[in-house]
Design a protein around this ligand. Structure first.
Ligand code: FCB
Length: 431
């Protein structure tokens, strides 16, 4: 393989999410969490993207992108229960129009980790009412944008959301007990299903494509010689990866050792599969955590034996894992869109190396039959990385938070060559 040629019409671009870039999302639970001092840094003005989106999209176009993923902030559309904010809806219509004018295919997420504070005060995702409320919010958005958007993502990384917010407690509301956590997952499945129907009803027939953005790590047992780590690993993979997706394809949700439930309305609600991929995770049996008995371990003691490279987040780098994940996703029989893949590293040359090696891995999955329709890098620009604040810098574009100046990194230019030519010279991929 000397030159990789991607298919015609392949979608190239980057992703963002509302709370991480817009600034002043004062009506959601994350803002309240920040104000309550539960994290060191508040999102504040973030990247002021709410006002600068046109300039940011100009940048994306100048970097060869043909698609752009962003999220709509539910708490802007519905700042108080039942109150539809038409100004906010008009704002997102402007956003989609700005994308279309620049020939950037919009890929729209409806829920990316943040929930309106009024909903959070009523139990958030543990409250069954969240399903109909999410459907109503979807209805408002779909009525405003349904004819201009083809690709939808109902929920970003449902299982990471559950893990961060309801298991680890590094986001609102903080830890809950096991039963509530299961209820949250069930409500996410039901909310996705309801939203799926609304989107299809509102959009032009046969045009609308709906998925979730599914974070799909490759899980491995931490201690290969320890059977309980294998069991914890298998169970984690089932709950995190298989169970959620099977619920959306077959309408059956199976939690090993706990139970199986039929959720018929969720059956057949994946038109394509959005995959977020960052790396592998090693799972250790840790019954004392009191939640599920497996937990991801720190990678220090795997490095440099099992793990060749760590990112600034301390995450594993494994392009091979992307091939595995894409082939696994392909078994569902729907096209795949890589909705996130990215890295924070101090040395930008390593970012380009990360991207190039993951694109080669994507190509290997294509060669073996996976239907992949695009690749979106996380993220277009540096932004608010949740409980980590503004320290991690994932952007193709560097943001100077004091002045809000943007500066594309060298890796952005290298990636732009791929986007523009639809080709990657395999000999130019750094070792
Ligand atoms: C993903 C999230 C995204 C961002 C990246 C680094 O899990 O979807 O918001 O935080 O990780």
């Amino acid at each position: 393989m000397t030159e990789i040629v991607f298919p015609d019409g392949f979608l190239w671009g980057a992703a963002t999410s509302a709370h991480q870039v817009e600034g002043h999302n004062v009506d959601n639970d994350w803002w309240a969490w920040e104000q309550a001092g539960r994290v060191q840094t508040s999102s504040g003005a973030a990247c002021e993207h709410y006002h600068r989106f046109r300039d940011d999209f100009d940048l994306a176009v100048s970097l060869g992108h043909t698609a752009h993923r962003f999220s709509i902030e539910w708490s802007r559309i519905e700042p108080r229960e039942g109150e539809r904010n038409d100004e906010a809806l008009a704002h997102y219509q402007d956003v989609v129009r700005a994308l279309r004018e620049r020939r950037l295919e919009p890929i729209v997420t409806l829920h990316h980790f943040t929930t309106p504070q009024w909903m959070a005060q009523q139990g958030g995702w543990t409250n069954p009412k969240v399903v109909e409320r999410f459907a109503r919010y979807t209805e408002w958005v779909a009525t405003a944008l349904g004819h201009d958007v083809r690709y939808w993502l109902t929920v970003n990384e449902p299982m990471v959301f559950v893990n961060m917010h309801y298991v680890q407690g590094v986001g609102p509301p903080g830890v809950v007990e096991f039963r509530s956590m299961l209820r949250v997952i069930e409500h996410l499945i039901r909310a996705h299903a309801a939203s799926y129907q609304v989107l299809h009803r509102a959009g032009p027939p046969g045009q609308i494509q709906v998925s979730v953005a599914k974070n799909m790590p490759v899980f491995l047992p931490c201690r290969r010689w320890w059977p309980l780590d294998h069991l914890a690993n298998w169970t984690t993979d089932r709950i995190f990866n298989t169970a959620f997706l099977t619920a959306l394809t077959e309408g059956r949700w199976v939690v090993p050792g706990i139970g199986a439930w039929r959720i018929p309305e969720a059956r057949g609600t994946l038109d394509y599969l959005g995959i977020n991929y960052y790396g592998r995770q090693f799972i250790r049996c840790r019954p004392e955590t009191g939640q599920w008995f497996g937990a991801s371990c720190g990678l220090e003691h795997h490095y440099p034996h099992d793990v060749n490279e760590l990112t600034g987040m301390g995450w594993d780098v494994s392009p091979e894992g992307l091939t595995t994940t894409l082939l696994r996703g392909a078994k569902l029989g729907v096209p795949i869109l890589v909705t996130e893949n990215g890295v924070w590293v101090e040395d930008d040359a390593r970012r380009w190396r990360f991207i190039a090696r993951h694109l080669a891995a994507l190509e290997r999955a294509r060669q073996r039959g996976a239907r992949i329709i695009g690749y979106l890098y996380w993220s277009l620009m540096d932004n608010y990385e949740w409980s980590h604040g503004f320290g991690p810098r994932f952007g193709l574009v560097e943001v100077d938070y004091a002045t809000q100046a943007r500066r594309p990194r060298e890796s952005a230019h290298r990636f732009a060559d791929v986007c523009r030519t639809n080709r990657l010279d395999a000999r130019a991929i750094p070792e």
